[in-house]
Design a protein around this ligand. Structure first.
Ligand SMILES: [Mn+2]
Length: 243
Protein backbone atom coordinates (compact mmCIF):
# COMPACT_ATOMS: atom_id res chain seq x y z
CA UNK A 1 0.00 0.00 0.00
CA UNK A 2 1.41 3.36 -1.03
CA UNK A 3 2.15 5.75 1.83
CA UNK A 4 1.05 8.16 3.12
CA UNK A 5 -2.44 6.99 3.94
CA UNK A 6 -5.24 9.57 4.03
CA UNK A 7 -8.57 8.99 5.77
CA UNK A 8 -11.81 10.97 5.51
CA UNK A 9 -15.40 10.22 6.46
CA UNK A 10 -18.86 11.74 6.78
CA UNK A 11 -18.63 14.23 3.96
CA UNK A 12 -22.39 13.85 3.39
CA UNK A 13 -22.50 15.19 -0.17
CA UNK A 14 -25.95 16.60 -0.74
CA UNK A 15 -28.30 16.03 -3.65
CA UNK A 16 -28.90 19.78 -3.85
CA UNK A 17 -25.85 22.00 -4.22
CA UNK A 18 -26.19 25.10 -2.02
CA UNK A 19 -23.41 27.68 -1.48
CA UNK A 20 -22.11 25.80 1.58
CA UNK A 21 -22.18 22.59 -0.36
CA UNK A 22 -20.23 23.96 -3.32
CA UNK A 23 -17.67 25.43 -0.89
CA UNK A 24 -17.32 22.01 0.73
CA UNK A 25 -16.92 20.33 -2.66
CA UNK A 26 -14.26 22.81 -3.75
CA UNK A 27 -12.21 21.87 -0.65
CA UNK A 28 -12.88 18.17 -1.11
CA UNK A 29 -11.76 18.20 -4.73
CA UNK A 30 -8.59 20.10 -3.71
CA UNK A 31 -8.00 17.51 -1.02
CA UNK A 32 -8.38 14.64 -3.49
CA UNK A 33 -5.87 16.22 -5.88
CA UNK A 34 -3.52 16.72 -2.93
CA UNK A 35 -3.67 12.97 -2.24
CA UNK A 36 -2.88 12.39 -5.93
CA UNK A 37 0.06 14.87 -5.82
CA UNK A 38 1.43 13.04 -2.78
CA UNK A 39 0.87 9.71 -4.55
CA UNK A 40 -0.66 8.35 -1.35
CA UNK A 41 -3.64 6.10 -0.70
CA UNK A 42 -7.12 7.34 0.20
CA UNK A 43 -9.58 5.65 2.53
CA UNK A 44 -13.13 6.99 2.40
CA UNK A 45 -14.59 5.73 5.66
CA UNK A 46 -18.31 6.01 4.93
CA UNK A 47 -21.07 8.55 4.41
CA UNK A 48 -19.32 10.21 1.52
CA UNK A 49 -22.83 10.72 0.16
CA UNK A 50 -25.86 11.86 2.08
CA UNK A 51 -27.63 9.21 0.05
CA UNK A 52 -26.31 6.70 -2.46
CA UNK A 53 -28.29 3.84 -3.88
CA UNK A 54 -26.88 2.39 -7.03
CA UNK A 55 -29.27 1.20 -9.67
CA UNK A 56 -28.19 -1.09 -12.45
CA UNK A 57 -28.09 1.56 -15.20
CA UNK A 58 -28.59 4.87 -13.42
CA UNK A 59 -26.31 7.06 -11.33
CA UNK A 60 -27.26 10.39 -9.70
CA UNK A 61 -25.91 13.46 -11.53
CA UNK A 62 -25.70 15.58 -8.35
CA UNK A 63 -22.36 13.98 -7.43
CA UNK A 64 -20.79 14.21 -10.87
CA UNK A 65 -18.01 16.65 -9.87
CA UNK A 66 -16.76 14.57 -6.95
CA UNK A 67 -17.12 11.28 -8.84
CA UNK A 68 -15.02 12.76 -11.64
CA UNK A 69 -12.35 13.93 -9.25
CA UNK A 70 -12.12 10.50 -7.57
CA UNK A 71 -11.94 8.86 -10.98
CA UNK A 72 -9.19 11.26 -12.06
CA UNK A 73 -7.16 10.48 -8.94
CA UNK A 74 -7.42 6.80 -9.73
CA UNK A 75 -6.27 7.40 -13.31
CA UNK A 76 -3.27 9.18 -11.72
CA UNK A 77 -2.40 5.98 -9.88
CA UNK A 78 -4.06 6.55 -6.50
CA UNK A 79 -5.81 3.66 -4.79
CA UNK A 80 -9.09 4.74 -3.21
CA UNK A 81 -10.75 2.35 -0.79
CA UNK A 82 -14.34 2.75 0.33
CA UNK A 83 -15.92 1.56 3.55
CA UNK A 84 -19.65 2.26 3.07
CA UNK A 85 -21.56 4.08 5.78
CA UNK A 86 -25.20 3.98 6.82
CA UNK A 87 -26.05 6.60 4.16
CA UNK A 88 -24.25 5.05 1.21
CA UNK A 89 -24.17 1.32 1.75
CA UNK A 90 -25.86 0.41 -1.56
CA UNK A 91 -23.06 0.22 -4.08
CA UNK A 92 -22.87 -1.81 -7.27
CA UNK A 93 -20.64 -2.27 -10.33
CA UNK A 94 -20.15 1.41 -11.16
CA UNK A 95 -18.66 2.38 -7.80
CA UNK A 96 -16.89 -0.96 -7.48
CA UNK A 97 -15.21 -0.75 -10.88
CA UNK A 98 -14.98 2.88 -11.89
CA UNK A 99 -14.76 4.94 -8.70
CA UNK A 100 -13.10 2.86 -6.02
CA UNK A 101 -10.22 0.37 -6.08
CA UNK A 102 -12.05 -1.81 -3.59
CA UNK A 103 -15.16 -1.58 -1.41
CA UNK A 104 -15.24 -3.18 2.04
CA UNK A 105 -18.88 -3.35 3.26
CA UNK A 106 -17.84 -4.62 6.69
CA UNK A 107 -14.68 -2.59 7.09
CA UNK A 108 -11.14 -3.80 6.59
CA UNK A 109 -8.11 -4.66 8.64
CA UNK A 110 -4.62 -4.22 7.30
CA UNK A 111 -1.11 -4.54 8.50
CA UNK A 112 1.51 -1.85 8.10
CA UNK A 113 5.08 -2.12 9.36
CA UNK A 114 4.22 -0.10 12.44
CA UNK A 115 0.98 -1.84 13.35
CA UNK A 116 -2.37 -3.37 12.60
CA UNK A 117 -5.25 -1.15 11.48
CA UNK A 118 -8.96 -1.81 11.73
CA UNK A 119 -10.97 0.60 9.58
CA UNK A 120 -14.75 0.65 9.95
CA UNK A 121 -17.56 3.16 9.51
CA UNK A 122 -18.64 2.61 13.12
CA UNK A 123 -22.44 2.59 13.02
CA UNK A 124 -24.20 0.04 15.20
CA UNK A 125 -21.41 -0.22 17.77
CA UNK A 126 -23.03 1.53 20.72
CA UNK A 127 -24.14 -0.89 23.42
CA UNK A 128 -27.64 0.67 23.62
CA UNK A 129 -28.23 0.62 19.83
CA UNK A 130 -30.24 -2.66 19.74
CA UNK A 131 -33.03 -1.38 17.51
CA UNK A 132 -30.63 0.17 15.06
CA UNK A 133 -28.63 -3.06 14.71
CA UNK A 134 -31.76 -4.94 13.63
CA UNK A 135 -32.78 -2.13 11.27
CA UNK A 136 -29.24 -2.16 9.83
CA UNK A 137 -29.44 -5.89 9.10
CA UNK A 138 -32.72 -5.41 7.25
CA UNK A 139 -31.71 -2.44 5.09
CA UNK A 140 -28.41 -4.11 4.21
CA UNK A 141 -30.05 -7.39 3.20
CA UNK A 142 -30.08 -8.42 -0.43
CA UNK A 143 -33.88 -8.79 -0.33
CA UNK A 144 -34.36 -5.19 0.82
CA UNK A 145 -31.85 -3.93 -1.75
CA UNK A 146 -33.48 -5.94 -4.52
CA UNK A 147 -36.93 -4.62 -3.64
CA UNK A 148 -35.74 -1.03 -3.33
CA UNK A 149 -34.20 -1.21 -6.78
CA UNK A 150 -37.66 -1.58 -8.30
CA UNK A 151 -38.63 1.85 -7.06
CA UNK A 152 -38.23 4.48 -9.79
CA UNK A 153 -34.93 6.36 -9.16
CA UNK A 154 -36.70 9.74 -8.84
CA UNK A 155 -38.80 8.31 -6.03
CA UNK A 156 -36.05 6.12 -4.57
CA UNK A 157 -33.80 9.17 -4.23
CA UNK A 158 -36.61 11.35 -2.88
CA UNK A 159 -37.23 8.78 -0.13
CA UNK A 160 -33.50 8.43 0.56
CA UNK A 161 -33.07 12.17 0.79
CA UNK A 162 -36.02 12.50 3.12
CA UNK A 163 -34.72 9.77 5.44
CA UNK A 164 -31.19 11.21 5.38
CA UNK A 165 -32.63 14.57 6.38
CA UNK A 166 -34.86 13.36 9.19
CA UNK A 167 -32.11 11.08 10.48
CA UNK A 168 -29.64 13.98 10.66
CA UNK A 169 -27.89 14.11 13.99
CA UNK A 170 -29.19 16.95 16.14
CA UNK A 171 -26.49 18.87 17.99
CA UNK A 172 -25.46 16.45 20.70
CA UNK A 173 -24.88 17.50 24.27
CA UNK A 174 -21.40 17.11 25.66
CA UNK A 175 -22.74 14.48 28.05
CA UNK A 176 -24.02 12.38 25.17
CA UNK A 177 -20.74 12.74 23.27
CA UNK A 178 -18.80 11.63 26.35
CA UNK A 179 -21.05 8.61 26.79
CA UNK A 180 -20.40 7.66 23.16
CA UNK A 181 -16.64 7.91 23.66
CA UNK A 182 -16.79 5.81 26.83
CA UNK A 183 -18.74 3.13 24.99
CA UNK A 184 -16.46 3.14 21.94
CA UNK A 185 -13.46 2.94 24.28
CA UNK A 186 -14.81 -0.33 25.66
CA UNK A 187 -15.19 -1.66 22.13
CA UNK A 188 -11.66 -0.54 21.27
CA UNK A 189 -10.04 -2.04 24.36
CA UNK A 190 -11.29 -5.46 23.30
CA UNK A 191 -9.86 -5.04 19.80
CA UNK A 192 -6.52 -3.85 21.18
CA UNK A 193 -6.45 -6.95 23.35
CA UNK A 194 -6.90 -9.01 20.16
CA UNK A 195 -3.82 -7.39 18.67
CA UNK A 196 -5.07 -4.29 16.84
CA UNK A 197 -2.95 -1.15 17.12
CA UNK A 198 -5.20 1.40 15.43
CA UNK A 199 -8.97 1.59 15.13
CA UNK A 200 -10.09 4.20 12.64
CA UNK A 201 -13.77 5.06 12.34
CA UNK A 202 -16.16 7.78 11.26
CA UNK A 203 -19.88 8.15 11.88
CA UNK A 204 -19.80 9.96 15.23
CA UNK A 205 -18.85 13.38 13.82
CA UNK A 206 -16.31 13.97 16.58
CA UNK A 207 -12.60 14.56 15.97
CA UNK A 208 -10.82 12.33 18.46
CA UNK A 209 -7.54 10.49 18.81
CA UNK A 210 -7.31 8.59 22.07
CA UNK A 211 -4.49 6.36 23.26
CA UNK A 212 -5.76 3.41 25.28
CA UNK A 213 -3.76 0.40 26.51
CA UNK A 214 -1.08 0.89 23.86
CA UNK A 215 -3.64 1.21 21.05
CA UNK A 216 -4.97 4.30 19.29
CA UNK A 217 -8.67 4.93 18.73
CA UNK A 218 -9.39 7.50 16.04
CA UNK A 219 -12.73 9.10 15.20
CA UNK A 220 -12.31 11.02 11.99
CA UNK A 221 -14.78 13.87 12.49
CA UNK A 222 -16.66 15.05 9.40
CA UNK A 223 -16.73 17.55 6.54
CA UNK A 224 -19.90 19.27 7.69
CA UNK A 225 -18.25 21.33 10.41
CA UNK A 226 -14.68 20.07 10.84
CA UNK A 227 -13.24 19.23 7.43
CA UNK A 228 -10.94 16.82 9.25
CA UNK A 229 -8.77 14.02 7.90
CA UNK A 230 -6.47 11.31 9.21
CA UNK A 231 -2.90 11.03 7.99
CA UNK A 232 -0.47 8.15 8.43
CA UNK A 233 3.10 8.50 7.14
CA UNK A 234 4.20 4.99 8.06
CA UNK A 235 5.18 5.86 11.62
CA UNK A 236 2.76 8.33 13.15
CA UNK A 237 -0.98 8.80 12.83
CA UNK A 238 -2.27 12.36 13.03
CA UNK A 239 -5.59 14.12 12.73
CA UNK A 240 -5.60 17.33 10.75
CA UNK A 241 -7.92 19.95 9.31
CA UNK A 242 -8.03 20.69 5.60
CA UNK A 243 -7.80 24.43 5.05
MN1 LIG B 1 -22.75 7.33 9.52
Amino acid sequence: MKLPLFFISDIHLRLTVSDDESEKRKHLINFISHVADEQGTLFVVGDLFDFWFEYKYVIPHAYFDVLTSLHQARLNGVDIFFIPGNHDFWTRDFTQETIFSEIYPDGVSLEESSGKFLIIHGDGLLSWDFGYRTFRKIIRSSLFTWLYRWIHPDIGYAIGRWISRTGRHPAHTKEYDDRVIADLTEYAVEKFRDGMDYIIMGHYHQVKKIKINGGTLVILGDWLTHRSFGYFDGKEFSLNYWR
